[in-house]
Design a binder for this molecule. Structure first.
Ligand code: TRP
Ligand code: SF4
Length: 440
C-alpha cells in the first residue's frame, strides 16, 4: 500500500502500518511531563526521535518544524499539532511553521492571496488563542521565503523522477508545481539547520501518518548531502567517506574526533583508506547520536550541508463525526475552533458511537469505545485526567455508561472549551509578532 498525503484517507490499523513502513515505536518514558497525546498512545510512532530525546535530556538546542495547509477552516484535528508544539516550546525548542501556500496553490488551486488570508485570520489567530507563544516562534509563507526556495533547488539535485514516482505515484499528468511541492517541504524541514536560522541541530516534525512520504524523502535528501555514512551496530561502528576527495584527511579527522570524545574509554580503531572506511569497536553499546554529533562537527569544515537527519513523530488522525478522517471539506462532521458552541454541541450529539443497537443490548454487552468518535473526543481533547478517561472506557465496556449520557458529557465539555477558546480569540490583537515578512 502507498500513503498518499493528498488523499483524505482515514488509516485504521496503525500498528500494522507502523510495521509496514518501518516506523519505530514511540515512547514518552524518558520525557518530562509528557502531554496526554503521548501518554495515551495517540502519538504512536517516530523516526529518529533519539536525537530529540537526547537534546531534551541533555538540554541541547533543538527545533520543531511544522506546516499548515491554508485551505479551509481549522478543526480540532489540526489542534493536535499545536498541543504538541506548545509542549516542546515550553522545553525550550525554537519553533518554525511554514504556511504551505505554494503547496495549496499547486495541489488545490488556491490563490496565494486567499491562502494568506486563511492562514492569518484562521490559523495563526487560533494558534495564538491556544497559547502558542510568539517568542522563539517563526511563521512564514513558503512563497516568500527565499532561503527555503533556494534550498529546495539544492535539494532537488538529489532526487530523480523515478524516485518521485515511486514515493508519490506521480504520473504524466502531474504538474511540475505539484511535483516540486514535496521538495519545498523538504527545504522547510531542513532550513532551520542553515547557519542563518540557528545552525545544525536536531529538528522534529510532529505529523500525521499521511506526511510520512515527505519525511522519508527529506531524510533521504538530508543523508545525500552528507559526506560520511555510518553504520552503528551495538558495540561496533563503521564510518565511510562518500566522496573521493580528502578521504585520508576526513578519516583522520574522524579518528581524532572519536578519540577526543571517548578519551577515558577503551577503543579499538582501524582505518582502511582504500575502502574509505574507519572501524570502531568499544566495550559498551555505542549511542548513534554521539557518533553523529562527532561527524557533523567535522563535516561543518568541509563543503556542503551536514544536516542532522530530521526526526518525526506520528500521531493518529482525529476521526470526523461519522467515522471518516476529520476534514474541513465535510463541515457537518468536523468541529471547527470557530463553530458556535451550540452548533458544535449538536454535531457531537449526532456523532457515530460504538454503542449497541438498543439500550438493553448495550447494558448487557457493553459498548465499543475503541470504535467510537465520542470516546475519541474524550481521549484526544476533552479530558485531562487519565483516570477519568479510563473510567469512561471501562464503564462503557461494562455497559454501565450509555451513549446518551456520554455524549451529553462530551457536548458539555466541548461547549465549554469552545466558549473559552473563542473568548481568548477575541483578545488576540495583532498576530504580526508571529509572522515573518508581514507586509500588509
Ligand atoms: N504538507 C503539509 C500538510 O499537508 C504542510 C507542510 C508544509 C509541512 N511544509 C511542512 C508539514 C513542513 C510539516 C513540515 O499539512
Ligand atoms: Fe462511545 Fe460513550 Fe457510547 Fe461508549 S458510552 S460507545 S464511549 S459514546
Amino acid at each position: 500500500m502507498r500513503i498518499d498525503p493528498w488523499a483524505s484517507t482515514q488509516y485504521r490499523d496503525y500498528l500494522k502500518l507502523r510495521e509496514e513502513f518501518r516506523i519505530e515505536d514511540f515512547s514518552e518514558k524518558n520525557l518530562p511531563n509528557p502531554p496526554k497525546l503521548m501518554r495515551r498512545g495517540i502519538i504512536f510512532g517516530q523516526r529518529g526521535f533519539e536525537f530529540i530525546e537526547d537534546a531534551i535530556t541533555n538540554k541541547k538546542p533543538f527545533a520543531i518544524m511544522t506546516g499548515l495547509m491554508p485551505s479551509g477552516r481549522m478543526h480540532i484535528g489540526h489542534k493536535m499539532h499545536i498541543d504538541q508544539i506548545k509542549y516542546y516550546q515550553k522545553l525550550g525548542a525554537e519553533i518554525f511553521i511554514a504556511v504551505a501556500d505554494f503547496e495549496s496553490w499547486a495541489t488545490r488551486a488556491l490563490s496565494l492571496k486567499k491562502a494568506r488570508e486563511i492562514a492569518i485570520c484562521e490559523y495563526v489567530k487560533n494558534y495564538a488563542a491556544l497559547g502558542l507563544k510568539s517568542e522563539n516562534c517563526h511563521i512564514y509563507f513558503q512563497s516568500e521565503k527565499t532561503a527555503v526556495k533556494d534550498l529546495a533547488h539544492k535539494c532537488s539535485k538529489h532526487v530523480n523522477l523515478s524516485e518521485m514516482r515511486a514515493i508519490y505515484g506521480f504520473g504524466g499528468e502531474t504538474t511540475l508545481a505539484h511535483l516540486f511541492s514535496p521538495i519545498i517541504q523538504s527545504a522547510d524541514i531542513l532550513h532551520p539547520q542553515l547557519p542563518e536560522f540557528g545552525g545544525q541541530r536536531p529538528v522534529l516534525v510532529p505529523v500525521g501518518l499521511d506526511q510520512d512520504p515527505h519525511i522519508r524523502l527529506t531524510r533521504e535528501i538530508a543523508s545525500a548531502f552528507r559526506i560520511f555514512n555510518k553504520k552503528v551496530e551495538n558495540r561496533k561502528v563503521g564510518i565511510f567517506v562518500k566522496p573521493d576527495e580528502n578521504v585520508k584527511e576526513l578519516l583522520n579527522r574522524a579518528k581524532k574526533g572519536i578519540k577526543e570524545h571517548f578519551k577515558d574509554e577503551e577503543l579499538k580503531i582501524k582505518l582502511n583508506v582504500p575502502y574509505k572506511a574507519l572501524y570502531l569497536e568499544m566495550e559498551r553499546k555505542i549511542n548513534p547520536v554521539e557518533i553523529e554529533e562527532i561527524l557533523i562537527k567535522i563535516e561543518k569544515d568541509f563543503d556542503g550541508f551536514a544536516f542532522y537527519p530530521p526526526s518525526a513523530t506520528f500521531h493518529r488522525f482525529m476521526s470526523g463525526l461519522k467515522g471518516e478522517k476529520m476534514s474541513s471539506s465535510e463541515p457537518d462532521y468536523a468541529i471547527f475552533l470557530t463553530d458556535l458552541p451550540e452548533d458544535a454541541q449538536k454535531k457531537v450529539k449526532r456523532a457515530k458511537t460504538g454503542g449497541g443497537v438498543s439500550i438493553e443490548e448495550q447494558r448487557r454487552n457493553g459498548g465499543n469505545p475503541d470504535d467510537c468518535v465520542v470516546f475519541e473526543l474524550h481521549l484526544y481533547h476533552l479530558i485531562e485526567s487519565d483516570l477519568e478517561v479510563k473510567k469512561i472506557y471501562e464503564d462503557c465496556k461494562e455497559g454501565k455508561l450509555l451513549c446518551g449520557e456520554c455524549k451529553k458529557m462530551a457536548a458539555g465539555l466541548m461547549g465549554e472549551f469552545l466558549e473559552e477558546h473563542q473568548e481568548k480569540r477575541e483578545c488576540v490583537g495583532d498576530v504580526r509578532d508571529y509572522l515573518e515578512g508581514f507586509l500588509a
